[in-house]
Design a protein around this ligand. Structure first.
Ligand SMILES: Cc1cc2nc3c(=O)[nH]c(=O)nc-3n(C[C@H](O)[C@H](O)[C@H](O)COP(=O)(O)OP(=O)(O)OC[C@H]3O[C@@H](n4cnc5c(N)ncnc54)[C@H](O)[C@@H]3O)c2cc1C
Length: 337
């Protein structure tokens, strides 16, 4: 087949418990840009059981068509079942581009599909563009984040990439937008189902998704320990924010990995990001530099974080953060009066 026989920009619309995940909506936003440049359509792949009603959400966020594989085998995510279903959809429809969220599910599914489809996969892309030759240019950090590599997949189709949650921006929802919903019945080869899901253990409640927070108070090695993070939590509570951290504090066992911002953690794009006692290593910046407004607190006036910050405060966080918390508390109290 010719490359020109492959058409449309597909998005694997990840759902959990029947709810489309934010990353799928973000990918639809990017897919719209790419499809617009190519003059092609945006198609969402929706797989699960009893998920068809989610198709309209995908259409309102930019899908022109939703291919829905609704089957009991797809109730919960299991690699082989999903790989078989999505492989059949891709093989049948021959998309030009397929995008996946770089979530635990996307990172499991996409490489398996790329092997079965005999095509390439670029993981954790931070930028996706169409070249003059109409090829997908997939950019991602390389060599520990010290340079950005742009990768293309010239000889094989589809062109596939994963993108972390929070990297792309979802488009405005267009309520009532019209689109097509197609049903797809996968033919499962049950003999290949080697893994059986016995039980799903949910993460403890109260854990937050820092990629969805509008304000983040993030602490690094300069904050040092749980006591230091207590000061950050007090500031976060006044602001209605979540607490996140650099990798240094995750490696030290002070914070959980779900709170880590950066290249090997999460990519965040809040309205307001406090970087407290964080030096501003490239691997950290890669996860937060797209934040709308960055406030850095650091006692070293030469710390690289100040290059990325909109507002820099030089000093000891032990003094600055409680002062800031008190001032903000008073300010908010006055506004409430
Ligand atoms: C492949 C790879 C992937 C990585 N991925 C990530 C990632 O996802 N996320 C990430 O964060 N890092 C990541 N790293 C690690 C990264 O290179 C840095 O080591 C890390 O970000 C440093 O964390 P930090 O800024 O908290 O600590 P440091 O670099 O030690 O900085 C501490 C800062 O605190 C300041 N400070 C100290 N005391 C105070 C005080 N009392 N008040 C105010 N300021 C104070 C210091 O001046 C200093 O600037 C990765 C590294 C590699 C090689």
């Amino acid at each position: 087949m010719n490359k020109s026989d492959y058409k449309d920009v597909f998005v694997f619309a990840e759902q959990r418990d029947g709810v489309v995940q934010p990353v799928a909506l973000e990918l639809l936003g990017k897919a719209r840009d790419l499809a617009g440049e190519l003059g092609e359509k945006v198609v969402a792949i929706l797989a699960g059981e009893g998920v068809k009603q989610q198709a309209q959400v995908l259409i309102e966020y930019g899908a022109d068509r939703v291919i829905c594989a609704d089957a009991p085998e797809l109730k919960d995510y299991v690699t082989e079942q999903y790989a078989q279903a999505v492989f059949q959809i891709i093989s049948h429809h021959k998309p030009n581009i397929v995008l996946f969220g770089a979530t635990t599910i996307g990172r499991d599914l996409a490489p398996r599909l790329s092997a079965r489809l005999r095509t390439g996969l670029t993981a954790d892309c931070t930028k996706l563009e169409i070249s003059e030759e109409r090829e997908l240019m997939m950019t991602r950090p390389a060599f520990g984040g010290n340079l950005m590599a742009t990768i293309k997949c010239s000889d094989h189709r589809p062109q596939m990439s994963t993108v972390r949650p929070g990297v792309m921006q979802r488009a405005e929802r267009q309520a009532g937008r019209q689109g097509e919903v197609m049903e797809f019945a996968p033919e499962f080869d049950r003999e290949k189902f080697m893994v059986r899901l016995l039980e799903t253990v949910k993460e403890e409640k109260g854990k937050c998704d820092i990629t969805q927070a509008r304000v983040l108070v993030s602490g690094g090695r300069g904050v040092g320990n749980k006591e230091g993070f207590g000061k950050l939590a007090a500031l976060a509570s006044v602001l209605g924010a979540e607490v996140s951290s650099s990798r240094a504090m995750v490696d030290a066992g002070v914070m959980g990995h779900d709170r880590q911002v950066g290249q090997t953690g999460k990519t965040v794009r809040p309205d307001l990001y406090f970087a407290v006692g964080i030096s501003g290593a490239v691997q950290h910046l890669a996860g937060m530099e797209e934040s709308e407004y960055i406030v850095a607190v650091n006692r070293d006036k030469f710390a690289p974080i100040f290059q990325a910050a909109d507002l820099g405060i030089v000093g000891d966080f032990n003094k600055i953060v409680p002062m800031l918390t008190e001032r903000l508390e008073k300010e908010l109290e006055n506004r409430r009066k």
